[in-house]
Ligand binder design. Structure first.
Ligand code: ADP
Ligand code: ADP
Ligand code: MG
Length: 651
């Protein structure tokens, strides 16, 4: 076994590899970019080395830097994780040339499976069923259109260099072919630097079923059962499980044998996944599945296989790379219970799944029987736009599928994320969807049910917002009481007396707030038993979890986040203390400067707009005066407390 490893990756997979490597007694060597200086994988590893700026192209994808770090730190082997350089044959070769062992397959095997057209041709020869279609060299649009007609619609156009579902186009009608082809080629050229495509029959009611294989360097190759990854959005996996619903020993035997044949055909060593598409309408059949591609690396969803087999796949990767033999024969591979994984992302399903970056103000994962959470972040860390915005993989294992799905749904509902939006509620809704639970699904399931799974948030969650307003009021009352105490005064009446919030008398007030960035008017009634907040007549709900940070309240209810803060632009609020120095009240982007130097402004005049947490925050003049200095520029990122301008009072 090795005594040290360079982990050429980041995020959850780097953390995952560190865990097993440490258990095996390896010294763990991490790398990080500017964006990851405080990342979890850096903290978990024994040592970490800087490799460059945040963009992956300038750090995690620069093979020479990684190899230089490996050499300097004396790494014996290099684990590439998934993504980045994991399927890069030149990198694998360079690692070996530098005297280290690549924890992955031989470069020739990576190359053989690297392009889908060549891989399919090879698989046909090896007797592995491939999806009917055209995967030859000719790329003339008219010729390809002819081929599509011969194959019969619907067809799928796929980049030969593809990955991550990019550039694929389904075509249903001959008349639509040219336009789809142009689009696919354009996207392929942009994403992979290679515009070539292949054409496949689009399998109807498709199920994505893949086989985990393992081969050692002594001629043994086995499979570790299947994973069903049919729940997809834009051809990307969302939920994965094992075993596949409806799987039979006959189908598993046939798929397993095909996967092992595929691996043997390219002289495979190590962990790999052979992906198949199956025609799902009649249930899984031994003669109705076809090779899609082989991923020559550890897969994102490998924990599902670990849960049902009890095998640590990363440990096996290290042992095989060190020359050990496979420890099990095919008929000794366990398959216990059912496991399901959900990919938890910082994205907003109610707005077309746009990535939602920013600071994780709070992050709590549930614990419980059968649960495993693989994450690369912690509360306080930031989800940056530079990398995949995955927050965690939530994996649930149970005695059967129902128990596993129940555990998963419950775990997702108990996951607390404040700051970025997440797909937790969407995933929980999927795990609870009756048709999916009945096993009645294919890769089109999410698209067909999207309106139910991710309803557009056209209405604010008023009951959650009201709870947040109550928290803001309580927060402010405590602050005022503290200040009064510091001055040696009695606490007195609440904040009403001290500033301009009280617009509707002393027993109630209206409070301008921003709810998810929208201006709203909340109402707070002061009753004998405390303040009661409401929004549009809706009072606070009981089932809201509140996270308060820097004057912003994150109200979390049923997997949905509602962000509430006082609308400063609606208040005559003093941002500058008494001294006329106007400071940024929070980290954010200075969207606009609304005054010029030497401008005369009245008290309450709008001075600047800051955007933080996707919300605009307007700063107003604390008194009438003249702008004597401007210290920031519009468009700039500003830190909390940064001086924006200075106002001198008019005398
Ligand atoms: P990638 O390299 O992007 O992962 P794949 O070839 O693995 O590309 O396909 C990704 C997904 O697209 C599959 O999981 C499946 O859902 C869908 N898909 C691919 N080929 C077909 C096909 N011939 N018929 C139906 N769906 C397909
Ligand atoms: P898998 O087949 O392993 O589930 P997918 O085909 O769904 O993986 O796509 C995952 C791909 O997305 C990875 O191969 C990688 O290219 C990219 N990716 C996802 N997450 C990350 C990450 N944290 N770092 C780098 N690449 C990532
Ligand atoms: Mg694939």
């Amino acid at each position: 076994m090795f005594s040290s490893v360079l982990i050429a990756n980041r995020g959850e997979i780097a953390c995952r590899v560190v865990r097993t490597a440490k258990r095996l007694g390896l010294r763990t060597i991490a790398v990080y970019s500017d964006a990851d200086a405080n990342a979890l994988h850096v903290r978990l590893a024994d040592e970490a080395h800087y490799i460059g700026p945040a963009p992956a192209r300038e750090s995690y994808l620069v093979a020479e830097r990684l190899i230089a770090v490996g050499r300097k730190a004396g790494a014996e082997c290099v684990h590439p994780g998934y993504g980045f350089l994991a399927e890069n044959a030149e990198f694998a070769e360079a690692v070996a040339a530098a005297g280290m062992t690549f924890v992955g397959p031989p470069p020739a095997a990576i190359r053989a499976m690297g392009l889908k057209d060549a891989a399919k041709a090879l698989m046909e020869k090896a007797g592995v069923p491939v999806v009917p279609g055209y995967h030859g060299e000719l790329q003339d649009p008219r010729f390809l259109k002819e081929k599509a007609y011969e194959i019969g619609y619907p067809v799928l156009i796929k980049p030969v260099a593809g990955g991550g579902g990019k550039g694929m186009r389904r075509v249903d009608r001959h008349a639509d072919f040219e336009e789809a082809l142009q689009g696919a080629m354009r996207e392929a050229a942009a994403a992979f630097g290679d515009s070539r495509v292949l054409i496949e029959k689009y399998i109807s009611a498709p199920r994505h079923v893949e086989i985990q294989i393992f081969a050692d360097a002594h001629g043994h190759c086995i499979h570790l059962n299947e994973r069903d990854c049919s729940l997809q959005r834009r051809h990307q996996k969302v939920i994965e499980e094992a075993p596949a619903p409806g799987m039979t020993p006959a189908v598993r035997g046939a798929m397993g044998a095909a996967a092992v044949a595929a691996a043997r055909a390219v002289g495979y060593v190590g962990a790999g996944t052979v992906e198949f598409i199956a025609a799902g309408a009649e249930g899984l059949q031994p003669d109705a599945f076809w090779f899609l591609e082989m991923n020559t690396r550890l897969q994102v969803e490998h924990p599902v296989t670990e849960a049902v087999t009890g095998i640590d796949l990363v440990e096996w990767q290290f042992r095989i790379a060190a020359g050990e033999r496979l420890p099990l024969a095919q008929d000794e591979v366990p398959l216990v219970g059912h496991a399901v994984e959900a990919r938890l992302y910082a994205e907003d399903p109610t707005r077309g799944f746009v990535p939602s970056t920013g600071r994780l103000v709070a992050l709590e994962f549930p614990r419980g029987e059968g649960l495993r959470v693989d994450s690369g972040v912690e509360a306080g860390m930031t989800v940056t736009p530079y990398y995949d915005p995955m927050i965690a993989k939530i994996v649930a294992h149970g005695a059967d599928r129902t128990q596993a799905l129940d555990r998963l749904a419950e775990a997702l509902e108990r996951t607390l994320i404040a700051g970025p939006r997440s797909n937790a509620a969407f995933l929980a809704a999927l795990a609870r969807a009756p048709a999916f639970r009945a096993g009645d699904f294919d890769t089109g399931f999410i698209d067909r049910h999207l309106a139910d799974l991710a309803p557009a948030a056209d209405e604010p969650d008023r009951a959650a917002a009201a709870a947040a307003v109550a928290a803001l009021v309580a927060d402010e009352q405590r602050r005022l009481a503290r200040e009064a105490a510091a001055r040696g005064e009695p606490a007195g009446s609440p904040w009403l007396a001290t500033d301009g919030f009280a617009l509707a008398g002393s027993s109630a007030m209206v409070l301008p707030v921003l709810v998810d960035g929208e201006r709203r008017i909340a109402r707070v009634a002061f009753r004998a038993d405390g303040p009661v907040a409401s929004l549009d007549g809706v009072v606070a709900a009981e089932d809201v979890r509140l996270v308060v940070a820097d004057g912003v309240v994150y109200a979390l209810r049923r997997g949905r986040q509602t962000v509430v803060q006082i609308d400063e632009s609606g208040l005559d609020h003093d941002h500058g203390g008494g001294d006329g120095v106007i400071r940024a009240p929070m980290h954010g982007k200075l969207l606009a400067l609304l005054v010029d130097k030497n401008a005369a402004v009245d008290k309450g005049h709008r001075l600047a707009v800051i955007e933080a947490m996707k919300m605009e925050h307007t700063l107003v003049a604390p008194f009438s005066g003249v702008v004597v200095e401007i210290s920031a520029t519009a468009g700039q990122q500003v830190a909390e407390g940064a001086v924006l301008m200075v106002l001198a009072p008019t005398v």
